[in-house]
Design a binder for this molecule. Structure first.
Ligand SMILES: Nc1nc2c(c(=O)[nH]1)N[C@H]1C(S)=C(S)[C@@H](COP(=O)(O)OP(=O)(O)OC[C@H]3O[C@@H](n4cnc5c(=O)[nH]c(N)nc54)[C@H](O)[C@@H]3O)O[C@H]1N2
Ligand SMILES: Nc1nc2c(c(=O)[nH]1)N[C@H]1C(S)=C(S)[C@@H](COP(=O)(O)OP(=O)(O)OC[C@H]3O[C@@H](n4cnc5c(=O)[nH]c(N)nc54)[C@H](O)[C@@H]3O)O[C@H]1N2
Ligand code: SF4
Ligand SMILES: [Mo]
Length: 889
């Protein structure tokens, strides 16, 4: 299985992007130095050659720096044999002494289907524990629960093509411009050619909202009322497809009665949702009149106390109008992670068994026979939040974490971190040597093969299975996750059932289970793939399910003609619960919304390595409406402490008119690895949806107060930047080195921050002790080796200029202006990267606009910005609009 460098392929390897659920095809050409050139795969049906900023920068994330390369026990390097023996031993002893309720495994939508399948089989079939949950609980589980309630199975009815052929695209709680960029650009291109309308329902003015024909800045948490109002209005205006409802559904009367009780008319709906009546009216009218409607939704829907009902309320409107499973129509859940769907297919959630089967007696028996399993779990296990609570109470004593960073990403992250320390057995399979979860006392650390090395399959948002293929040799002692699981299974006496030699063998077994005694009773069936030989598996082209054995597929959508997977094969309308108004806590008058930024991925273990991706936004921040900022005395560009009942963070303030009054927004990406006080997960409450158990990460009661630091600054170095004892800091990768932004009341210790400055380096400095100003640049052989800027204000101009200058020479003029004035003279030509693909900074774009570029196309022609993935187009358009607003009439 290990590839030796001499055997590395010479043609590019076709593989799949490891980030979002769009599932773009990537062509990777290894450079024989451990890196690779990355390009979009023109033949992949997700992206037809395009990649977004994150996909394009994959080549910058492949270095072995920071990788976990050897197994470790208690901090000491060990062999796989010894580590696996201890893992097996620990689980066996815990099982014998405390039973299957005391063990758990916590997985990830970033694992491959083969890894996921192996873990699920071991725990649910051979160890008798359904405590198998995944970060998908925090991500997709309300969609899963919503699909199952309505359709009987977790089925995404539509396909990507529908997003291009729809005449109306409704985005609910989705910032697709940043989070599903390539798919979003496909939709914009189709709109440009066909004139589809875009409606965005999001409390914030996001990059997606900026492109919309209509933005409804909804009051957080009220979407099920909005879609109840829509259902009532559709019925009032004669838009219900009575034929479809009668033939293929049940429960319409109860659902419509409940919808009317919740939101009887447009005015009431607008009032509940905090929206303008005219906007709600316009949206309902558009939805009613347009046949081809797709409603796309993501975390603003799923991560909510009533997330499953939000999904239900959306699906109700599509069922009522019969707009489902047909060209250009349907509800469409945008999945987050590259293999969110594959995890659902194997049964990676604690309340699923396997292959879209549940814990009913018949299915348990079926799966038992297929696996020839000695110890089947007979009931659902604990869902993520419950699981970590049980760890905190000492009920779960042995835990294996694989491919996720729960000490940062779960709600109440500080409490989670504490709970982990109390485990008897704490095993982590990781790519990186250090993250918040490893830091929470992981005793056994198993080095996992990473993207570019691992080999298997992932399923994207439209049910398309694609291969992730290796193009680099696994470094050090890294091994695939499925292999580690199988090795532990062997040590526990289950060698025969886990005797796979290749991921292809695991996949075939998974495919066979999907078809086992299926006979059309379950949606998930990839029986056609259960007999692929090794060559077929290696060459497998992206393929959409269902792929039943022996059937010739003509249609991959579901439900246009009914055929739901409920007992009577009818879809179920859902009577959604009335809105529960969260009790406002006087100490925490605001509501904290959390989410993503364009160029970072989750806890930044990969995107944090890329200087391009670290340029767009370099620090953890909080967005606040100008009125709330004034009330709380917090100022744009200064710092604020955001607190909740569970924790606190100190963040840079961005006063943002597009932010809803009463709500704050902070990104989830900074951790204890990358910042002093940016762990936003620590604040998030653990309120969960009653059906899915998915935490509400979008509405934690919170408060904000200003924090003043006498001094701020930054350090840059080609060598190391030392551990910082500054009160506040955030790390950022920069071209050719490392960067640190910091703030404190006293100046930092130079020797501590820049330990690699040598005696022979030429030091140039400017010191004004009275004002606390300190500007130092160190040169080695004439090239900038390191620098440190400290002073009472921000240093944006110097930072954005100097972050790109390590290892370069500076002119006397540049140096004089930087040291004396603290500013770059040619600073206009720099600034944060707006276009990460072509490396175009803000200053260059501003220059082009000043020079007469009057639209995004003209800016693209002048600077190349926005001409690749397009994720930065909204920002470019915003710059053009504000330049226009400022221009004298
Ligand atoms: N750049 C980038 N892309 C990613 C990821 C990443 O880390 N970085 N992660 C991937 C993953 S795993 C996921 S799950 C997806 C997530 O993709 P998205 O769901 O699009 O991203 P989020 O930023 O979490 O949240 C989306 C929006 O929901 C809004 N929202 C909050 N509350 C409500 C509400 O009550 N109602 C409505 N209608 N909207 C609300 C927020 O303001 C936010 O703009 O992104 C994937 N893609
Ligand atoms: N407040 C708040 N919290 C959230 C969210 C939110 O919007 N707000 N979003 C939630 C959502 S939708 C998600 S998906 C989660 C994401 O949260 P996490 O899953 O915790 O975040 P990642 O940084 O993606 O962590 C993945 C880890 O797995 C490692 N890894 C990557 N690939 C592999 C592999 O193949 N094998 C192994 N063994 N390790 C690997 C990486 O190095 C990294 O440490 O966060 C959730 N938490
Ligand atoms: S849209 Fe970007 S992050 Fe998502 S799969 Fe495609 S290239 Fe990767
Ligand atoms: Mo996610």
């Amino acid at each position: 299985m290990n590839m030796h460098p001499a055997e590395l392929p010479t043609a590019p390897t076709a593989t799949t992007c490891p980030y979002c659920g769009v599932g773009c095809g990537v062509l990777a050409q290894p450079d024989r130095l451990g890196g690779a050139t990355i390009a979009g795969d023109p033949e992949h049906p997700s992206n037809f050659g395009r990649l977004c900023s994150k996909g394009s920068a994959l080549g910058e994330t492949l270095s072995l720096e920071d990788r976990l390369l050897h197994p470790e026990i208690d901090g000491a390097r060990t062999t796989w044999e010894a580590a696996l023996d201890q893992v097996a031993d620990g689980f066996r002893r815990t099982l014998e002494t405390h039973g299957p309720g005391a063990i758990a495994i916590y997985l990830s939508g970033q694992l491959l289907t083969e890894d996921y399948y192996a873990a699920n089989k071991l725990f649910k079939g051979f160890l008798g524990s359904a405590n198998v949950d995944t970060n998908s609980r925090l991500c997709m589980s309300s969609s899963v629960a919503g699909h199952k309630r309505a359709f009987g199975t977790d089925t995404v009815p539509g396909v990507y093509r529908d997003l291009e052929t729809a005449d109306l695209l409704v985005f609910v709680g989705s910032n697709a411009a940043w989070c599903h960029p390539v798919l979003y650009q496909r939709m914009l291109a189709a709109r440009a050619s066909r004139g589809a309308k875009l409606v965005v329902i999001d409390p914030r003015g996001t990059a997606t909202a900026e492109e919309a024909d209509l933005h409804l800045p909804i009051r957080g948490g009220t979407d099920s009322a909005l879609f109840s109002g829509l259902l009532a209005t559709l019925a009032d205006n004669g838009h219900v497809d009575g034929g479809y409802v009668a033939a293929h559904t049940q429960g319409f009367d109860a659902a419509i009665a409940q919808a009317r009780a919740i939101a009887p008319d447009i005015a009431t709906t607008a009032e509940i949702c905090g929206l303008d009546v005219a906007d709600v009216d316009a949206f309902f009218d558009l939805f009613g009149r347009t046949k081809r409607v797709v409603t796309l939704y993501s975390q603003g829907v799923n991560q909510a106390a009533q997330g499953t009902d939000k999904v239900g309320a959306i699906i109700n409107c599509h069922l009522a109008t019969g707009r489902i499973g047909r060209e250009g129509m349907g509800p469409f859940s945008l999945t987050g992670q590259p293999n969110a769907m594959g995890g659902r297919e194997v049964g990676g959630l604690a309340n699923q068994l396997a292959a879209h089967m549940d814990f009913d007696v018949e299915s348990i028996e079926k799966v038992r026979r297929f696996w020839n399993a000695p110890r089947m779990a007979r009931a659902p296990g604990l869902k993520a939040v419950e699981m970590f609570d049980a760890i905190g109470r000492g009920e779960i004593k042995a835990l294996w974490v694989m491919g996720t960073n729960p000490a940062a990403s779960l709600p109440r992250a500080d409490a989670v971190r504490e709970a982990l320390r109390a485990l008897d057995l704490f095993v982590v399979s990781e790519n990186v040597a250090s993250n918040d979860t490893l830091g929470a006392g992981a005793r056994i650390r198993l080095p996992a093969a990473a993207w570019g090395e691992k080999d298997g399959t992932v399923t994207n948002s439209e049910r398309r299975i694609s291969r992730q293929r290796p193009f680099l040799a696994p470094p050090g002692q890294t091994r695939p996750d499925w292999w580690a699981i199988a090795q532990v299974a062997k040590r526990l006496g289950f060698g025969e059932a886990f005797d796979w030699r290749t991921p292809g063998e695991v996949f075939r077994e998974h495919a066979a289970l999907s078809a086992f005694e299926n006979n059309g009773t379950r949606d998930f069936d990839i029986g056609a793939l259960s007999e692929l030989d090794t060559r077929d598996y290696d060459r497998m082209k992206p393929i959409q399910w269902p792929a039943r054995q022996g059937s010739v597929r003509t249609e991959t959508r579901f439900f246009a003609k009914g055929g739901y997977f409920t007992p009577n094969r009818r879809a179920r309308f859902v009577a959604v619960a009335p809105l529960a108004r969260p009790a406002r806590e006087p100490a925490f008058p605001l509501s904290l919304n959390t989410g993503r930024i364009r160029d970072h991925w989750h806890t930044m273990t990969r995107t944090g390595k890329s200087q391009r991706l670290s340029s767009h936004i370099a620090e953890p921040f909080v967005e606040i409406h100008p009125d709330d900022a004034a009330k709380a005395n917090v100022v744009d560009g200064a710092f604020a402490r955001v607190t909740s009942a569970h924790g606190a963070a100190v963040l840079r303030v961005r006063v943002e008119p597009g932010q809803r009054r009463g709500a704050l927004f902070a990104p989830i990406h900074w951790t204890a690895e990358t910042s002093s006080n940016g762990r936003v997960g620590a604040l998030v409450h653990s309120v969960t949806d009653p059906f899915s158990g998915q935490p509400d990460a979008k509405a934690t009661p919170a408060a904000i107060a200003p924090v003043a630091f006498a001094l701020q600054g930054f350090a840059l170095a080609r060598g190391r930047i030392g551990a910082s004892s500054c009160a506040w800091w955030a790390k950022a990768t920069v071209p050719g080195g490392a960067g640190l932004l910091f703030a404190d009341d006293a100046p930092p210790d130079l020797a501590e921050l820049l330990p690699d400055i040598a005696a022979g380096d030429e030091i140039v400095d400017y010191i004004d002790a009275g004002r606390g100003v300190l500007r130092i640049a160190a040169f080695r052989d004439g090239a900038l080796e390191a620098c440190l800027f400290v002073g009472p204000g921000r240093h944006e101009s110097a930072w954005t200029f100097l972050r790109a200058k390590l290892g370069e020479r500076l002119t006397d003029g540049q140096l004089r202006s930087l040291l004396l004035a603290g500013r770059a003279t040619d600073g206009a030509a720099s600034g944060p990267l707006v276009c990460a693909c072509h490396g175009v900074p803000k200053g260059v774009i501003a220059g082009a606009i000043e020079g007469g570029a009057c639209d995004a196309a003209a800016v693209g022609a002048a600077t190349k910005a926005g001409t690749n993935c397009g994720s930065c187009l909204p920002e470019i358009r915003r710059m053009i609009a504000s330049a226009r607003a400022l221009a004298p009439a």
